[in-house]
Design a protein around this ligand. Structure first.
Ligand code: AVI
Length: 345
């Protein structure tokens, strides 16, 4: 398994050109469809990843803070339950993290694993080399006893690290409610892809943002996606700026308004970019096809993201659709967020 320091420049260049091809294909498919869409993975270029880090620190964006508080309160218990097998010597956990980003919250769980078993192997998986470098640095500096083995991969389709030692069990972390950015069918497919690479008894820790309820108002959710400082608006518009940078398109991102709406029927937040005036945008010819001339009417939107919010029943249903059995759920006292532990069956 390549350590991050061994990721060569050649790998970086190959990744960059395959990413540009994927951006070109996605932009063509989404912007010529009706209604127009752009897939949310397009948010996360360098600028977008930086803006997302800022979002996680906003007063309105409760998700990251709340999940971290659940880890801080229950990390030892989570690791204890994940390690438990009811008989004999408990297995040693290896932690794999899907879409690890900079792994800022993961350190709490890794420290608990080190307390329980002395040392732990941590395998963050992410498409971003920069994010993996930051994750490695962060964990090496802050959590002694952790061996970090990075993998540059798209966890939705590519295989996960495979170097299991005897009497070890995998604890896969899929936290941050990233699962909420997939449609129900795609979420099942992502978890099935993960399940296919695990053994029975392996564990999954899944972070899910919760649906509105007696203690969680829709206005709280809306504010998280429409912050007063305008960082989420900048994050949303960056998707157009990215198409300008990567594909030479000529979007004026400021000519599109950021809209965040609650879709109660689907239990999801939606983000859109709405054209403020009639306008024409050009994308030059690229690997996906000839040049595109796009006409936007005033008020016409591009749907950029869904962020599904879950009931606990829905979490259980989703997990079982991918052959996982929900065993424990930890929530904050306001029932905003849930951290769910499930066993691969
Ligand atoms: C990464 N993902 C879980 C975030 C979310 O809340 O859906 C992305 C995001 N979109 C707007 N703000 C944050």
């Amino acid at each position: 398994m390549p350590l991050i320091s061994a990721v060569s420049e050649a790998t970086d260049v190959a990744l960059e050109s395959s990413t540009t091809d994927a951006v070109a294909a996605e932009a063509r498919a989404g912007l010529t469809a009706y209604p127009r869409t752009l897939a949310p993975w397009l948010f996360y270029d360098e600028t977008g990843s930086r803006l997302f880090e800022q979002i996680t620190q906003l007063p309105e964006y409760y998700l990251t803070r709340t999940e971290r508080s659940i880890f801080a309160a229950h990390a030892d218990e989570i690791i204890e339950h994940a390690s438990h097998n009811g008989h004999g010597l408990p297995p040693t956990l290896t932690l794999i993290e899907l879409g690890a980003g900079t792994a800022t919250k993961t350190g709490i769980l890794l420290a608990a694993a080190v307390r329980r078993q002395g040392t732990v192997v941590y395998q963050p998986v992410d498409v971003s080399v920069t994010a993996l470098e930051a994750a490695t640095e962060n964990i090496r500096a802050n959590v002694p006893g952790v061996t970090v083995r990075c993998q540059v991969a798209d966890y939705t389709s590519q295989p996960l690290p495979e170097n299991r030692l005897p009497n070890t069990r995998t604890l896969a972390l899929y936290i941050g409610s990233s699962i909420g950015n997939f449609s129900p069918d795609a979420a099942t497919a992502v978890l099935r892809n993960l399940r296919a690479q695990l053994l029975p008894g392996d564990q999954l820790l899944l972070g899910t943002d919760l649906s509105p309820g007696p203690k969680k108002k829709v206005t709280t959710i809306l504010a998280a996606y429409n912050d007063a400082a305008g960082v989420t608006a900048a994050f949303n518009r960056n998707i157009l700026a990215r198409l300008n940078r990567d594909l030479g398109a000529n979007f004026n991102p400021e000519a599109f308004a950021h809209r965040a709406l609650w879709n109660a029927a689907e239990s999801r937040m939606e983000m859109h970019l709405v054209s403020l005036a009639p306008q024409r945008v050009r994308i030059p010819a690229n690997s996906a096809g000839g040049s595109l001339s796009l006409t936007f009417a005033s008020g016409e939107g591009i749907h950029t993201e869904n962020s599904y919010k879950f009931t606990l029943g829905r979490v259980e249903e989703l997990l079982s659709s991918a052959a996982f059995c929900l065993t424990h759920t930890w929530q904050d006292s306001r029932h905003h967020f849930a951290v769910n532990l499930a066993t691969a069956i």
